[in-house]
Design a protein around this ligand. Sequence first.
Ligand SMILES: O=C(O)CCC(=O)C(=O)O
Ligand SMILES: [Fe+2]
Length: 934
Amino acid sequence: IENEDSQLASKGGLNAEAETIVHKDVDIVEIDVKIDTTEQIEIKATGNAKAAADTILKEDDVTFDQLYAEGVKAYDNQLWYSCATKIERAIKDYRNYKNVLSDCRLDCSKGVRSSKLSNLTSKFAEFTTYVKFLTAADCFRRCKDESLTTHPRVTEKLENAFEKRKPYMYLQFCQFKLDRVKEAASAAYTYYLSNPDDVDIKHNIVFYRDKALVKESDFLDLEIKPYKEHYIRTLLAYGNKYWKGVINHAELCLEDYWKQDERCRADCEAQGRMKGNEFSTGVADLIITIITCQLNCEETLSVVYTDPIQFFLRDMFHYLQFAYYQTNELEKSAEATATFLTFNSSHAVMKENKELLKKKLGYTNDDFIPRKEAAEYLNRKREMQDIMDFINKNYKWPDINEEVDEDEFKDTLDRMEAAEAEHPNDWITRYEKLGMHLIAKSTDLNRPERFVTDGLLKEEQCEEMLILANKLRGATQGSALFDLKLAQQQLLENPEEDFEASLRQFIRAAEVVKHYTQSYLEPESALYFKYTSIVCWSQPEDSDVLKDCYPQEDGTCITFESMSDELFSDGFTTVTYLNNVDEDGDFLFLNENKGVDSSFGVKCGRTVGFNTGDRHAITVPKKGTKRCAMVFRYTTYRSDDEKDFKDLIVLLHRVDELRMGNAQKTSKEVLQNFKERGVKIVKNGEDLKGKERFVADGMASDEQCETLRNVALSLSLLGDGYGHLVSKPSFISPHTEHERYQGITVYRATKLMHQGLISPYGLKSFLELSENARLLVEKYFNLTKPLYFDYTHLVCRTAVDDSKYNRQDLSHPVHADNCNLQPDGSCTKDFPAFTQRDYSALLYLNSDFEGGEFFFAHANKSEQVSLRPKCGRLVGFNAGNFHGVKAVKSGQRCALALWFTLNPNFKELAHIQARKVLKQAEADLKTGNQHQEL
Ligand SMILES: O=C(O)CCC(=O)C(=O)O
Ligand SMILES: [Fe+2]
């Protein structure tokens, strides 16, 4: 029989764990305990009169709250004996108290103990639930009253202290002072297990071991539960190949485990407090807290030392299976096998073991019956998980300001105020969601209107913008400048498409930064561009030119005296960096004494905003390094709006029209051409119940589908280690946790081809299929203006847990691609939707998966018509149509997703670059040249 020996052995017994506690050799001569006693002192608030009375009360009547307070007092007074006994008794009484409560919960829920209300019934359904609560409450209170002679005063703080084993810290010290070193060592160890990060306790343990010479085996966990002890002994016996011992302890471990699990779940009822005064919402939220707590029991109980042990419960059946096999109790071994497999049915080793047992016992599958307790346990766990999955998807969680009661009201107000300060307005919050993160605001930066925000440009946008920076005009004083005048001139001379696209990127980036700035500043009137440029700084040839002046972001260098001391009412500046500068190159906000108020490093996408009159400077980067940024100036006067900016836009349109006009073919011609190549329109708008919709088959061959699928998956083959090249693929789908979602853009694919990780053929297919799709959509809808790629994404969605779950969710919820679908069914064309998208298409690459149908939907999100994807099938539609994707229940669904725009400003630059790179690669292939760096 096989067994993952190494895996089982490496679970680590007592020794392995003990090492982590005591290995650090710290030299301590005197034991040093720091205990903050202030918080315990206030526990004594039971009142002096009562405390005095307690001393004459029978010992049994004193409860842990008082015992603990008295113990701490004795500690303060250095009465070590009293301290040790009081604290020990407090611990015992607390344990007893907790046990009574969970016994009561269990007895009441099992009906072992009845309530005086048990005869109360109602024929009305709505009262049955009430009666159930009433009966349970009555039972619990009576039980508590009967079982506890005196009632402790328990606060949350006190309970936390006991749960975190804080009394053991005192006990440890008092025992030590009484020269009971072994007891002290165990108390210290017990405290350590719940507070493994506590440095003091680690030192003390080292002291006990090295200086007081306490044997490792004498460090006992004084709070250990029987099942944990049996677990440890199971492992020890297993290590010694003492199979009878393994069986004995593993069985005892499980027996106690089931009891502890029941208790743990029952104790969850004490979790959480009811919020608000609305019955249904208060109770419902509480129920969710309870279920969440119950789902955590497995992890809580699997902590034997300081961390949860993975597969603790499941692996007990592995030990049992193996031990029973060794002692030739094959039926029991088979039972353990069956039980293990209910935890994990696809465990390879266990499956092999099962086959072996089948042969030996002449068993069929039906003879493998798991243990009842385990089967029940797992059923319950799955049920709870399903409920919570469903809740997480569909439940309306409380809003912040919903149902606040008096006490909480102030707190809520404070929180709202804080949130308000955090997010100056709603726009900024929305930007944050897009990864644009405000890292410092004016209140942090000492002067009004200053801010620093990260993430305003993506890495690829920076790269594209640097292409423009490379066309910079003459260096004066170490800075060089690119402005829109120069851009226009160059475009006229040489209207290349990639230059055109870079300029469009620049304009778009400028618009984003302007919008962000305006949102942040909330000026009375709108902001207009006054000046837009790209400035790069590097060390000047002659370092003297920077000697008596402060280099500025706009490329100038001025004296401190010529800096303005006043903020302008109508001038604002932003600087958005285009590259990462590792050393130097910092941005500095200055104060009136020439000092630095604050400074920031330079990285792609970071944006600094300030009033144009504000004092600032930069440090010039070290030799050989360039520091580039887009520098924009704004005004609040419309009449000052930058003329160059507008002229450039007009010019770009003209250049584009000219190029497209030359290549235009009629729709009829193009569609005929597609038909001849085997493309068939299989469904039109009428079939699909919507105006601008169609389905075409034959848009890709099996071979092309396969090639594209490989391109889509090439990223995940990379794994880590290419962090500089690819951001980690997002493995969990943004839409559902039941699917993995991997995608690749044209930009990434081009980079990967350059690295030799995707073949030129792969990239070529990617571009060709995209272009065919674009052309078909443009011509099918008979558009009179050219249609451009806006964004192209090759994506696979993979079911992670196969069809085990009866999934209620969608692979992609109903949405439109260019607006925000509102609950009332309307769709608003505003931020953060990609409003520039006019048409969408999906080219499917395979059909060997379950579920995953595409569907068009009504405004209320219900299904209208659905389609099964298959290789070569294309669905094209107006981007305003509502649509979604059903759950991918098993297997992997890959598609080429394409979004198009009629606005040339949003042209996806990556296609143009990719074509260029590909052309070069093909030429190189012919001549046998190596690729050159991008
Ligand atoms: O994959 C599909 O069928 C549709 C995906 C989609 O609608 C989207 O990504 O916006
Ligand atoms: Fe979509």
